[in-house]
Write a protein that binds this ligand. Structure first.
Ligand SMILES: Cc1ncc(COP(=O)(O)O)c(C=O)c1O
Length: 376
C-alpha cells in the first residue's frame, strides 16, 4: 500500500459486532484473565485501542513495533531512560526541542549519566561518541532553525559504535521523512503536532524494532504515561487525513518561504526547501517533502517580534505546531524559554526570530496576512 492508503486503512479493525466501518473504542481498564500472561491493562501498553494505533503509526514509518504515550515528552523521557543507566554517556544535537534539552540538562546528572551537546553535523556527532556512549539523539529538521543533519550518516556512526540512535521526527511527520528506513533505531513523535493535527490532542509515539519496542514498553509500564482509549481513537481518526493535511501544509510552506525570502523586511528565512538553505541538498535526498515549519528573522529594528505577531489577523500566536490552522511564536520566550540565554545565543535563536507552523488554509490569504503585518 502507498502511504495515502496506509493513512486510511492501516491498523483499522472494523466493528465485527455491528458491521460499523470504524474501529470500536474499548474503555475498560479491567479485563478478564485466565492466566498471568494474559493481563491487559492500559499502563501495560497492551490494550486493543493502543495496539491499533501503534500498528497504524508503525506502518506509516516502516517500523516493526512501538509504544503510544500520553505526550511527546513521555515518549522522549521513557525512550532515553530505557537505554541509559548510571555511567553511560549520550551524544545529542544542541539544537533540539527545548523540553528535551532541559530534560537532559536538568536530570541526567542526578542519574549519573553524562552528556555532550554537539552541532547539527554528522561528523561532529560521530566525533563525540565515546566508549561509554550508549545513545545518539538527533532531530532533523530542528526546532526552531530547521537545520538538517545527514540521518544516514548518524545512523551508520551509531551502529558502528554500538549505540542506539534515536530521532525526534515530529517536524517532518511520517509523510515527509521515514528515519527508520534511513538506518535510525528509534523514531519518536510528539503526536500532539502533525499526527493529531487539530490542536486538540496531547500524545506521543515511539516506533522501532520488535526488540527495542519491548524494552521501551517495559520501562513505560513503570513510568506510566499511557494514552487513554478515547484519545487513541481520536488520534487514529486524525491519522486518516495525515497525508492530505501534511502535503497541503508542505506546499503552502514552500510558497510562504519564497514570499519571505523575497521580502525586504526579512533578515533571514530558515526553510530546508530553499536552495539557499545549507541543508537543502541533504533534505532533498532524505525527505519526501521539506515540511511545513519555517522560521524567519525580522529586519526592521522599529518592529519587535511581539509587535509583529500582534498585527497578524489570520495567523494565530500560539505555542504548539502542526495543526490545521497556521500559528506563529517567538521561540526565545516560548519553546526555548527553559533553555538558558547562553545556549540560545550559541544556537542562533535571537529575540527577532519567529517560527511559523503553516496550516491548510489558502496560501495567498496567509501571505496577505504576513504582508500587512510587516507594515509599521
Ligand atoms: C520537536 C518536539 N519534540 C517533542 C515535543 C514534546 O511534545 P509534547 O508537548 O507532546 O510533550 C515537542 C513539543 O513542542 C516538539 O516540538
Amino acid at each position: 500500500m502507498q502511504i495515502k492508503t496506509k493513512c486510511v486503512h492501516s491498523g483499522e479493525c472494523p466493528d465485527l459486532l455491528t458491521g460499523g466501518v470504524n474501529t470500536p473504542v474499548y474503555p475498560s481498564t479491567a479485563h478478564k484473565y485466565l492466566n498471568a500472561e494474559d493481563v491487559y491493562y492500559p499502563r501495560y501498553f497492551n490494550t486493543f485501542n493502543q495496539d491499533v494505533i501503534v500498528k497504524k503509526i508503525c506502518e506509516l514509518e516502516g517500523a516493526e513495533n512501538g509504544v503510544i504515550f500520553s505526550s511527546g515528552m513521555a515518549a522522549v523521557t521513557t525512550a532515553l531512560l530505557t537505554f541509559l543507566k548510571k555511567g553511560d554517556h549520550i551524544v545529542l544535537q544542541d539544537e533540539i526541542y527545548g523540553g528535551s534539552h532541559a530534560f537532559v540538562d536538568n536530570f541526567c546528572e542526578q542519574f549519573g549519566i553524562s552528556f555532550s551537546f554537539v552541532s547539527t553535523d554528522a561528523e561532529a556527532i560521530r566525533a563525540a561518541i565515546r566508549p561509554e556512549t550508549r545513545v545518539v539523539y538527533i532531530e532533523s529538521p530542528t526546532n526552531p532553525l530547521l537545520s538538517i543533519v545527514d540521518i544516514r550518516k548518524v545512523g551508520a556512526a551509531a551502529k558502528e559504535k554500538n549505540c542506539v540512535s534515536i530521532i525526534d521526527n515530529t517536524f517532518a511527520s511520517p509523510i515527509n521523512q521515514n528515519p527508520f528506513e534511513l538506518g535510525i533505531d528509534v523514531v519518536i513523535h510528539s503526536g500532539t503536532k502533525y499526527l493529531g493535527g487539530h490542536s486538540d490532542l496531547t500524545c506521543g509515539a515511539v516506533v522501532t524494532s520488535d526488540e527495542l519496542a519491548e524494552k521501551i514498553r517495559k520501562t513505560a509500564t513503570t513510568f506510566g504515561g499511557n494514552l487513554n482509549p478515547l484519545s487513541c481513537y481520536i488520534l487514529q481518526r486524525s491519522l486518516k487525513t495525515l497525508s492530505i493535511r501534511v502535503n497541503q501544509q508542505t506546499q503552502n510552506a514552500m510558497l510562504i518561504a519564497d514570499f519571505l525570502d523575497n521580502n525586504p523586511n526579512v533578515e533571514k528565512v530558515f526553510y530546508p526547501g530553499l536552495s539557499s538553505h545549507p541543508g537543502n541538498a541533504i533534505a532533498a535526498e532524505q525527505m519526501n517533502g521539506f515540511g511545513a515549519m519555517l522560521s524567519f528573522e525580522i529586519k526592521n529594528p522599529e518592529q519587535s517580534a511581539n509587535e509583529f505577531m500582534r498585527k497578524l489577523k489570520l495567523i494565530r500566536p500560539a505555542v504548539s505546531l502542526g495543526g490545521l490552522e497556521s500559528t506563529i511564536c517567538d521561540p526565545a520566550s516560548t519553546s526555548h524559554v527553559k533553555v538558558s540565554a547562553e545556549v540560545r545565543k550559541r544556537q542562533g535563536i535571537t529575540d527577532r526570530l519567529l517560527r511559523l507552523s503553516i496550516g491548510i488554509e489558502d496560501a495567498e490569504d496567509l501571505i496577505q496576512d504576513l504582508k500587512q503585518a510587516f507594515e509599521v
